[in-house]
Design a protein around this ligand. Structure first.
Ligand SMILES: Nc1ncnc2c1ncn2[C@@H]1O[C@H](COP(=O)(O)OP(=O)(O)OP(=O)(O)O)[C@@H](O)[C@H]1O
Length: 309
């Protein structure tokens, strides 16, 4: 089994570099290494290595959810590639649901004994006319607006430096609460139709967590062939703030302003201009108004490491 590390040194505001340096010192197996240099590079590297693979290849991503998203985009359905992750981002929602490597010794053991892999589902959605995948979740509206604003935010950099990185998302949420305009949306699926006039966010989920530990879709399982659509609607900014505080514990599902749908396929139609989108926390542009965005699940589309090691 070959081993490739794809390292984003910039992930977690520099945490990627520190994590990699510590890991590197304790690795006792042969490996190849590529550093990501720019946005989208992770996908290019993974795709190239995946296409050239003639035997099992373990790709270990050292980075956060955005880097994992890029790498997975390049190797989905590749029979040779197994994905492992060493979490080094700010939010690390992947690591809350999926097994990850915490120490170099686990990687040494995995390679030497050729441990098992398991298959997980991957979400798909057409946002801004582009087919996209999501490992954790994709979102339209408030969460994407927050993502757009948090990317490159000075506060995020400062909070990361003083070890309070998790607070940066909360700070961005509070700021956005008073600048975001809710919008109408219609969702089709399961032979039904739902219309929400004042929608704050529509989040498509493959696993429960988003935004750095918010348990937005407690029922999501990345192996059930189902996608969950979480909608927050018809709520005041103050109540939304209160509801957000409960999301970390999964208590938000009891509010009438929260709707959770589950099915194999949905079409989402946004009836407003300038609505932002994201995939796994990577900003994905403005969605097309009045255009159906199909969202579905590709079952067992990705091989990841299997635990316990
Ligand atoms: N050399 C680089 N310079 C700048 N950006 C990079 C570089 N390499 C990768 N990127 C981009 O950095 C973005 C953020 O990385 P990542 O999501 O892994 O970290 P994070 O945002 O800190 O973590 P999380 O998503 O878990 O909160 C990715 O979307 C990727 O495209």
């Amino acid at each position: 089994m070959k081993l490739l590390f794809i390292v984003n040194e910039m992930a977690g505001n520099g945490k990627g570099k520190k994590v990699w340096h510590r890991l590197q010192r304790e690795l006792q197996v042969a490996y190849e290494l590529v550093y990501t240099q720019y946005i989208g590079h992770g996908q290019e590297i993974a795709q190239r290595w995946g296409q050239e693979a003639k035997e099992k290849l373990l790709i270990v991503v050292v980075g956060g959810d955005g880097t994992i998203h890029e790498v997975v985009s390049g190797v989905i359905h590749n029979p040779y590639v197994v994905i492992g992750v060493v979490p080094a981002g700010s939010g690390n929602d992947f690591a809350r649901t999926f097994p990850t490597f915490q120490q170099a010794s686990q990687i040494n053991t995995y390679i030497e004994r050729e441990r098992l892999s398991t298959f997980i589902d991957i979400g798909t959605v057409n946002l801004a006319e582009q087919p996209q995948i999501f490992v954790n979740n994709a979102g339209i509206g408030f969460d994407a607006f927050v993502t757009k604003n948090i990317n490159g935010s000075r506060l995020k950099g400062y909070l990361n430096k003083v070890g309070l990185g998790k607070l940066s998302y909360a700070a961005a949420v509070i700021n956005a609460l008073f600048h975001f305009k809710s919008f109408p949306v219609t969702i089709y699926g399961n032979n039904e139709r739902w219309t929400f006039q004042r929608t704050w966010l529509v989040t498509m989920c493959n696993q429960p967590y988003f935004g750095g530990g918010m348990n937005i879709s407690p029922i999501s399982k990345p192996t059930d062939g189902q996608v969950e659509i979480a909608i927050v609607h018809d709520i005041s900014p103050w109540k939304l703030l209160f509801v957000f505080a409960t999301v970390f514990f999964g208590w938000h599902t009891k509010f009438k302003e929260f709707t959770l749908l589950q099915g194999a396929h949905f079409d989402i139609v946004v009836h407003a201009k300038h609505i932002d989108s994201h995939v796994d926390g990577n900003y994905a542009g403005i969605v097309e108004q009045e255009t159906a965005m199909p969202c579905a699940i590709q079952e067992q589309a990705l091989q990841i490491i299997k635990m316990p090691l």
